[in-house]
Design a protein around this ligand. Sequence first.
Ligand SMILES: [Zn+2]
Length: 134
Amino acid sequence: MASRAISDLHPQLQPLAESFLRRCRDQGLDPLILCTWRSAEEQEALYQLGRGKPGAVATDARPGQSAHNAMLYGSPAARAFDAMPLLAGKPVTDPEHPHWHAMGEIAEALGLRWHGRSATQPHELPHFQLPLEI
Ligand SMILES: [Zn+2]
């Protein structure tokens, strides 16, 4: 089971994730963290979806290639988190829903990269990443 703990994020991403969550809630959004860090085994299982295993392709990143797999001094230090908006406690699955865009704008204002900008990768909609230059 992949981690949802803020403490498994890169030390520079942890305060940004906390600010992200607080700003979202201040604007009446209800963000749910789906994943922070995942192990190489969990990444491989995700990679096999739609390839060796039945289901839709979930990622193009092999183990070690995802920002979710990053380590620092032997400890989990993910450079990205996945989050989605809830509405009345239920996941917002419509990618056109304004809460997605509102979350993306809040993340970008904090200097994070929101992969929901790319219309060609709808499966990246929940992905918020620490830019490499930070
Ligand atoms: Zn992600």
